[in-house]
Ligand binder design. Sequence first.
Ligand SMILES: [Zn+2]
Length: 127
Amino acid sequence: MTGSTLTSDPAEFYREGLAHGELRYQRCQWCATRFSQVSLLCATCGGTDFVWERSSGHGRIHALPRTAAPADWRECTAVVELDEGFRMHATLAPTAAHRIWRGAPVQLEVAAEQDGGLRPVFRPVAA
Ligand SMILES: [Zn+2]
């Protein structure tokens, strides 16, 4: 689906990706900046032409919240940098604390919300 044009509601297209276990993102056609969230205007160059691409789902933890306490780790939000070169805030799946560090490799999973919605979650994997 790389390079396909936007034919429907972007938010719906994004959700449809999650339903297929995919993380879809937008790439600016003008400057190639990648965005994890649906945008109408490129924050880098002001361009308005985007194409959808599909992330590999592989990335690394870029930043962790300061309040994260390994002793009672629950789901928490981190900044993940995807292999495609864009960053997004995302929830980490509950994981043994020793697997969670800046630079740790993570893999996309799709979690179902109680209301039936879907959201991307990242699970730290063995390096
Ligand atoms: Zn741009």
